[in-house]
Design a protein around this ligand. Structure first.
Ligand SMILES: Nc1ncnc2c1ncn2[C@@H]1O[C@H](COP(=O)(O)OP(=O)(O)OP(=O)(O)O)[C@@H](O)[C@H]1O
Ligand SMILES: [Mg+2]
Length: 374
């Protein structure tokens, strides 16, 4: 089908830009009390009460199966409530973050006094890259999978869009990035090394030996840090996150001896097809070859010798390094991440085009099946 027809058949939802990253959106009042679960329940209730206007939806042939870009009314019904967009303009500055490749600041949320890292969307030649919704949707998918992660709010500050990544450190704890642990193990470790020498699953397992699972982990209490890290590799494969370099995982050190834990996962901006244009997404969705090629580009290249290893195979390798119980746990959790659950989450994320939503949902679904099949 001609891409123009897809656009015509799926008129933009009022208030949601067709192509996120180009049209400024007014921030809605910040309401940190609204829980994801309540929003998801509301979306589910709306879906069953307002009969979806499926007849208005557009079918795209994707290989042997048809996928559906839903009709306007259907998404509008599901999007009656969305995740809030916080206005962080007046939040006090705590610190300028030195780590990471882009400018970021730590802010203090005025009501709860929680610290949050404001990550403004990056600009390339004056065009804004929408990194904020991938962070938000990825964090919500991690919640569904049960992988401990940084909580995210979409946000604006001084008119700039971005997201807030709430501090994963409990009060008086410190975060130590993975490359410091690898340097201790190997004598030296260069996090910028192009070959990622020393960044292997085996070494990660060794350096995490003395560490417990992250705070907030809701799975079995017997899980150690590496058991949870294996879950991060499953999560990365699910959302096609190619950026798990050794500054993008860390441990937490508390005030007491023995307070040693894996940190919840953070920095998931480079996932869910974040850098594609909507035209790219449409093309990949309708062309089987392009779709498969895109799936195969999701490699674990941030690990030594894994430039061509698909993230899904890498996750399976990690699951082979843990006990059958741990492996079974993550596979069970994957079963819970069914497509309609991901659709519900995607429907709650504002500032995301419908094609970006469809693409993200299909991507997670395809990767989930790749992880579960064999
Ligand atoms: N939620 C969080 N809680 C605590 N520390 C965090 C959190 N998010 C990020 N950080 C710290 O800030 C650093 C930079 O943040 P982040 O990794 O999100 O940005 P980035 O610029 O996208 O990084 P990269 O260089 O990997 O692209 C991280 O390496 C980590 O040390
Ligand atoms: Mg980072």
């Amino acid at each position: 089908m001609d891409p123009a027809r897809v656009r015509q058949a799926v008129p933009p939802v009022p208030g949601v830009p067709e192509s996120a990253g180009t049209v400024p959106q007014e921030a809605v009042p910040y309401n940190p009390g609204r829980s994801t679960r309540r929003l998801r329940e509301t979306a589910a209730a709306l879906r069953s009460s307002v009969k979806p206007e499926r007849e208005k939806s557009t079918s795209i042939a994707m290989g042997e199966k048809n996928i559906t870009v839903s009709g306007d009314g259907w998404y509008r019904a599901r999007m009656a409530e969305t995740f809030p967009v916080a206005d962080a303009t007046d939040w006090a500055v705590d610190l300028y973050e030195a780590d990471g490749s882009e400018e970021k600041i730590w802010l203090i949320e005025p009501v709860t006094r929680r610290r949050a890292l404001f990550k403004p969307n990056v600009r390339h030649d004056n065009a804004e890259q929408a990194d904020h919704w991938p962070e938000k949707l990825a964090s919500e998918v991690a919640g569904l999978l049960g992988a401990p992660r940084a909580l995210i709010d979409l946000a604006t500050r001084d008119g700039r869009r971005g997201c807030l990544s709430y501090d994963v450190k409990p009060a008086y704890w410190q975060l130590q990035p993975g490359y410091v642990l690898l340097a201790e193990l190997l004598g030296q470790h260069d996090p910028m090394d192009k070959r990622h020498e020393g960044h292997t699953l085996q070494n990660v397992r060794i350096v995490l030996q003395e560490y417990d699972h992250p705070p907030g982990f809701t799975g079995p209490g017997s899980f150690n840090a590496f058991d949870t890290f294996a879950g991060y590799t499953v999560f990365d494969a699910l959302i096609a996150n190619r950026d798990r370099h050794p500054a993008n995982w860390a441990v937490l050190l508390g005030p007491d001896k023995g307070d040693q834990r894996l940190a919840p996962s953070y920095d998931h901006a480079t996932s869910l097809g974040f850098s594609l244009t909507d035209a790219d997404r449409e093309r990949k969705l309708r062309d089987t070859m392009e779709w498969k090629a895109f799936l195969h580009k999701g490699t674990a290249w941030r690990f030594e010798g894994c430039r061509k290893v698909p993230l899904t195979d890498f996750a399976k390798n990690a699951l082979n390094l843990v006990s059958p119980e741990v492996r079974g746990y993550w596979l069970d959790r994957l079963e819970a991440c069914a497509k309609d659950q991901i659709e519900d989450l995607a429907a709650l994320v504002p500032e995301m085009s419908e094609v970006a939503r469809t693409f993200a949902v299909e991507l997670v679904d395809a990767n989930r099946r790749r992880l579960l099949d064999g």
